[in-house]
Design a binder for this molecule. Structure first.
Ligand SMILES: Nc1ncnc2c1ncn2[C@@H]1O[C@H](COP(=O)(O)OS(=O)(=O)O)[C@@H](OP(=O)(O)O)[C@H]1O
Ligand SMILES: [Mg+2]
Ligand SMILES: [Mg+2]
Ligand SMILES: [Mg+2]
Length: 378
């Protein structure tokens, strides 16, 4: 019999991520089809949109309803600071609309909707409730409402990532990838560009999906995106996914962030060359890179953030457990597991993150990091 541990948590998390994807798709279509004031810049100049706050409020509300607002601890990326500024009234109203529109569809996803629409105050409370800082003990939900917000505002790849950490270990990971394309070769095409220059319709481009896994199950699952306007029971079943079996570097594809500011692409290129990876890197926004490894569409993902940047747990938790359960290996560049037990950052991370479909490629790459690091000036 299938192990029922965490069955309810997983079920609710998967449904909540499907709902979040539905919200994001609606907002992204709006952003692309008209010029919009629904994007703000944060203090570090990174973007945040109606979708980031809308998803955070929606998922926070759903988890609190099911598991109890007093007992649920949520670590998530966004706060209400920029939403509360005097010129943000229109933005806040758009967030409240997006949340209520999304929650109206909850029954189609198998979840309960609120008795009446949430007020502005309730939406702000739901966002603010996600102020946990995690840590080594207890249960903490970890949410990146929109990962790859840059990709999102550019009409490209992005992900919704929800994980459950218990006593410092990632137990459940759910990754929504609403723009995951039909063909793996299309992963690094510019989605918006492609849409405007190709006769392909939305349907033939998109193969959006939600991936999920439970730690220790040895299985990772893929569900096509559920539609909010159709009852969920009439929609598709999940299927098992598995990492690629390629271990010859010459046949392997490696992924990395699109933004040069987020990863040292020239160091990764040197490393790739030294281990015999010959193909052009697949540059993809967001945790869709983890999804590509878990689905077997690429073999390696490497990220080397600049010195001083601290990776956050919500940018990795869901992807790590999904890749591991699909048969892959994830460590820092020193070969150690990522430590999710020390608050909002991956404290102690050694240089970068290496995700591989198997141990052979992984050992080669970690070995090459040791051999090349001193001369890399990082
Ligand atoms: N300087 C720097 N270095 C490394 N990482 C950074 C940096 N700045 C931001 N971030 C975080 O990167 C998240 C997106 O990472 P990606 O690997 O997907 O990069 S990229 O979008 O493909 O360029 C992105 O996640 P979101 O904010 O959720 O989009 C950030 O948390
Ligand atoms: Mg992120
Ligand atoms: Mg984000
Ligand atoms: Mg962000």
């Amino acid at each position: 019999m299938e192990d029922e541990t965490y069955a309810k948590e997983l079920d609710v998390a998967v449904k909540a991520v499907h709902m979040a994807c539905s919200l994001c798709r609606r907002v992204q279509h709006g952003l692309i089809s008209r010029t919009s004031d629904e994007i703000k810049s944060k203090d570090d100049d990174s973007p945040v949109t109606v979708a980031d706050w809308g998803v955070q409020a929606t998922v926070s509300w759903l988890l609190s309803e099911v598991f109890g607002s007093q007992s649920v601890s949520i670590v998530a990326e966004e706060d209400v600071q920029a939403l509360s500024e005097s010129d943000s009234a229109g933005l806040l109203a758009a967030v409240v609309d997006a949340v209520n529109g999304c929650l109206d569809e909850a029954p189609n996803f198998g979840l309960q909707k609120p008795d009446k629409h949430l007020t502005t105050q309730e939406v702000l409370e739901a966002i603010k409730r996600c102020n946990s800082t995690g840590g080594p003990e207890g249960r903490h939900w970890v949410l990146d409402p929109v990962d790859g917000t840059l990709g999102f505002v550019r009409g490209n790849q992005y992900a919704v990532a929800l994980a459950l950490i218990e006593d410092g270990k990632v137990i459940i990971g759910v990754l929504g990838c609403p723009n995951y394309p039909m063909k793996r070769e299309w992963l690094n095409y510019h989605h918006q560009y492609y849409q405007s220059t190709s006769p392909a319709t939305d349907d033939s481009w998109e193969k959006g999906c939600v991936l999920y896994a439970r730690r220790g199950s040895g299985k990772a699952w893929l569900q096509p995106l559920l539609r909010g306007d159709v009852n969920f029971e009439s929609q598709y079943e999940a299927r098992l996914i598995r990492v690629s079996s390629v271990d010859d570097p010459a046949l392997a594809t490696f992924c990395e962030p699109v933004e040069k500011a987020n990863s040292n692409q020239s160091y990764a290129a040197g490393l790739a060359h030294s281990v015999g990876l010959r193909k052009q890197p697949l540059r993809v926004y967001s945790m869709v890179k983890y999804a590509a490894i878990a689905r077997g569409d690429a073999e390696v993902f490497m990220k080397f953030a600049r010195c001083g940047y601290k990776e956050k747990i919500w940018d990795h938790a869901a992807g790590v457990v999904i890749v591991q359960e699909a048969g892959g290996v994830v460590t820092d560049a020193g070969g150690k597991p990522l430590d999710f037990s020390r608050g909002i950052y991956l404290e102690g991370l050694d240089r970068g993150i290496i995700v591989c479909c198997g141990a052979t490629l992984h050992e080669r790459i970690v070995g090459a990091v040791y051999a090349s690091w001193d001369s890399s000036n990082l």
